[in-house]
Design a protein around this ligand. Structure first.
Ligand SMILES: *[C@@H]1O[C@H](CO)[C@@H](O)[C@H](O)[C@H]1NC(C)=O
Ligand SMILES: *[C@@H]1O[C@H](CO)[C@@H](O)[C@H](O)[C@H]1NC(C)=O
Ligand SMILES: *[C@@H]1O[C@H](CO)[C@@H](O)[C@H](O)[C@H]1NC(C)=O
Length: 292
């Protein structure tokens, strides 16, 4: 008696779940599928097990899209992009399960819609969105990137409510730096070795000039012992070597690449008699000396 009441109660429950499903009751994987699993294990040994087994193939009248099928951003999409000034910048937005939704790119500085799908919405034709089917990527290309293009960009999916992914764009310019600056201490009679690096340069600088005070250093001057070695690459490095440093070699030195701002250091040539006898003086710990 008690057993048949229990079976009847379970049957009722199955019917409730089924009618709930046919009314579009599946809201997501958690509620919908977990309760199905429970029902199946509960009813595994009974005449109603057949009915329960039918549940997964229940009719999908009024079926609503489960949440896990909705579009989402691939979390591996870079959030911080660095581009070279004057070159193209590429911002990725990888969207899974996009289905019939649309991906838009919005510039945050002025809340300007740049692209909608593959259509460029702004009159600035430097902006273009390209869809790569194989990677689910909606790439925003910004041609001839400028300093003012730097900032936050929003990739938006037209869900209700919308979903957003933010990407920061940095625009860099070629930068020159002299290592060990701003002050270098060299002993009289040793070799002054100045190292200038040029970074973020799309191509190596056509030339690098060195200046002492405000005058271009002449490598063939009567002073002699002056040489420059330049190694071009992703990072271009130029070494200025001045042998047998004299007090007159003190002063400001500048490195002026063809495509970057000038970098400067101040060189102090120290007369031997002030040379520290112990290595405790912090001023000299960064010195760039070479014994001749
Ligand atoms: C983004 O990248 C730039 C350039 O590589 C870097 O200077 C900056 O610290 C980075 N910002 C964040 C939040 O990671
Ligand atoms: C997208 O597809 C869903 C069903 O999958 C439909 O209900 C909706 O109207 C469609 N939206 C657009 C904008 O086509
Ligand atoms: C000059 O200094 C740089 C950086 O410290 C070093 O790599 C280079 O070998 C030095 N050149 C000479 C000739 O000593």
């Amino acid at each position: 008696m008690a057993h048949s009441i229990c079976v009847a109660w379970l049957l009722l429950l199955v019917v409730i779940v089924m009618s709930d499903m046919t009314n579009g009751g599946v809201q997501g994987p958690i509620e919908g599928y977990n309760s199905l699993d429970e029902m199946m294990t509960t009813t595994a040994s009974g005449s109603q097990s057949q009915q329960a087994m039918m549940l997964p193939t229940a009719p999908t009248v009024g079926y609503t899209h489960p949440k896990w099928m909705e579009p989402y951003f691939d979390p591996s999409t870079p959030r911080n992009v660095t581009a070279l000034m004057g070159k193209s910048a590429y911002l990725s937005c990888r969207v899974r399960n996009l289905a019939n939704k649309t991906v838009s790119w919005i510039r945050h500085r002025d809340i300007h819609i740049l692209t909608v799908g593959s259509y460029t919405y702004t009159s600035d034709q430097r902006f273009q969105a390209t869809h790569h089917q194989d990677t689910d990527d909606w790439t925003l290309q910004i041609k001839w990137a400028q300093k003012r293009d730097a900032g936050m960009y929003e990739c938006q999916i037209s869900t209700q409510p919308v979903r957003s992914y933010f990407v920061r764009l940095n625009v860099v310019v070629p930068t020159a730096t002299i290592l060990g600056g701003p002050d270098l201490h060299v002993d009289k009679g040793s070799t002054i070795n100045l190292t200038c690096t040029v970074k973020f340069s799309p191509e190596p600088p056509a030339y690098i000039f060195w200046y002492h005070h405000e005058e271009v250093i002449n490598y063939d001057s009567s002073r002699g012992g002056v040489s420059v070695i330049t190694e071009k690459g992703d990072v271009t490095t130029s070494f200025l070597l001045i042998q047998n440093a004299d007090l007159a070699d003190s002063g400001k030195y500048s490195c002026a690449p063809s495509n970057a701002d000038v970098a400067s250091v101040r060189v102090h040539v120290l007369n031997g008699k002030y040379k520290p006898t112990t290595p405790t003086c912090p001023k000299h710990s960064t010195s760039n000396t070479l014994t001749p």
